[in-house]
Design a protein around this ligand. Structure first.
Ligand SMILES: NC(=O)c1ccc[n+]([C@@H]2O[C@H](COP(=O)([O-])OP(=O)(O)OC[C@H]3O[C@@H](n4cnc5c(N)ncnc54)[C@H](OP(=O)(O)O)[C@@H]3O)[C@@H](O)[C@H]2O)c1
Length: 284
C-alpha cells in the first residue's frame, strides 16, 4: 500500500511528523507570471528562474535523485507546492525533510500503488496543476541488446516508463481538468529521451518505452484539448545522474549537463505552456 512518508512513518513508528505538515505549504492561488519570456529553452530557463511559482501545485515522480530531485528543490525554492513520489523510504524521508515537499512512498510501475499515489497527491496539495512523469527504469542493467533482453526486464521498462505515467495521468486527469476549468491551467510533462527517437543499440527496452511514451503524449494532447489540459514531452539531455552512471559507467561526468540546469529548462517550458503556448510540445 502507498502512503505519504509521514503516514508510513507514523505507522512504522520511525518518524513522528504530523500529516498536516505536508499540507502546510502555502495555499495562495497564483498569480502565475504574466509575461512570456522569449529566447531558446536555456535562455528561458535562466530568464524565468526568478519567477515566483507560489500557489502552483505540482507532482513529480522520482523526486529523490537526479533530475527529479533538482525539480523538487527548484520548485520548492520558488514557492510551488510540491508532492513527490519514490520507492525508497529513507530517500523520501530525507528529501521531504530537506525540501519540506510532501513525500509519497510508491512505485509508479505497480498498478496497486497508482490510486493511492493520486489520492495522496491531490489531498496534500488540494488539487493539481502540473504532473511531471519523471521516474524511469532503464530495463536491463547493464544495458543489453534486444536479443539478450529478458522479457521481464522489458516489461519493467514499459511498466515504469509508459504504463505508470498512463495510469497516473488517468488517475489525476480529473484534478488537472478541474484546475484548467478554474483558469489555473493544467500541464502534464512527460520526461522523454533522445533514445525515444534515435535507435541506440543496447537501449532497446528503454528506447521503445520512451518512444511509446512520446507518442502517448502526442495523442493525449489531442484528446485533452477540450478539457484544456496541455501535454509536453521533454528530453532533458544527457545529465550527470545515477541513472546515467548506471547506463554508461565510463562516461566523463564533466561532459554531462547538471540536472539543476535541465530542471530550470523544464520549469521554463511548463510555465510557457501554463501561460499560453501550444497544446503540445514535443522536444524529444
Ligand atoms: N540522466 C540522463 O542522462 C537522462 C537522459 C535523458 C532522459 N533522462 C530521463 O530523465 C528522467 C530522470 O532521470 P535521472 O537520470 O534523474 O534518474 P535517477 O537519478 O535514476 O532518478 C530516478 C528517480 O526515480 C525514482 N524511481 C525510479 N523508479 C521508480 C518507480 N518505479 N516508482 C517511483 N519512483 C521511481 C528513484 O527513486 P527510487 O529508486 O527510490 O524509487 C529516483 O528518485 C528519467 O525519465 C530519464 O529517463 C535522463
Amino acid at each position: 500500500m502507498t502512503t505519504t512518508f509521514q503516514e508510513r512513518g507514523r505507522a512504522e513508528g520511525a518518524v513522528h511528523v504530523a500529516l498536516s505538515r505536508c499540507r502546510a505549504q502555502p495555499l495562495t492561488p497564483g498569480p502565475f507570471p504574466a509575461k512570456r519570456a522569449r529566447g531558446d529553452t536555456k535562455e528561458r530557463g535562466q530568464m524565468q528562474s526568478n519567477i515566483d511559482l507560489k500557489g502552483l501545485r505540482i507532482a513529480v515522480t522520482g523526486g529523490t535523485s537526479g533530475l527529479g530531485l533538482a525539480l523538487v528543490k527548484t520548485l520548492r525554492t520558488r514557492g510551488a507546492r510540491v508532492a513527490f513520489v519514490a520507492r525508497s523510504a529513507a530517500s523520501v524521508k530525507r528529501v521531504a525533510r530537506e525540501t519540506t515537499a510532501c513525500g509519497v512512498l510508491g512505485d509508479v510501475g505497480r498498478k496497486e500503488d497508482i490510486d493511492s499515489i493520486a489520492l495522496e497527491v491531490t489531498w496534500n496539495l488540494g488539487g493539481l496543476d502540473v504532473l511531471i512523469n519523471n521516474a524511469s527504469s532503464l530495463g536491463p542493467t547493464p544495458l543489453a541488446l534486444l536479443a539478450d533482453t529478458e522479457g521481464e526486464d522489458f516489461l519493467e521498462a514499459l511498466a515504469v516508463n509508459l504504463i505508470g505515467p498512463f495510469r497516473l495521468t488517468k488517475a489525476l486527469f480529473g484534478a488537472l481538468a478541474s484546475s484548467a476549468r478554474e483558469g489555473r491551467g493544467a500541464v502534464v510533462v512527460n520526461i522523454s529521451s533522445d533514445a525515444a527517437v534515435t535507435a541506440y543499440p543496447g537501449w532497446g527496452a528503454y528506447g521503445a518505452s520512451k518512444a511509446a511514451l512520446r507518442h502517448l503524449t502526442a495523442i493525449w494532447a489531442e484528446e485533452a484539448k477540450a478539457e484544456g489540459v496541455k501535454f509536453l514531452s521533454l528530453d532533458p539531455g544527457d545529465m550527470d545522474t545515477p541513472l546515467h552512471a548506471l547506463a554508461v559507467p565510463d562516461a566523463d561526468p564533466t561532459t554531462l549537463k547538471r540536472p539543476e540546469d535541465a530542471a530550470n529548462e523544464i520549469v521554463a517550458s511548463l510555465l510557457d505552456a501554463l501561460q499560453a503556448g501550444a497544446p503540445l510540445a514535443l522536444r524529444a
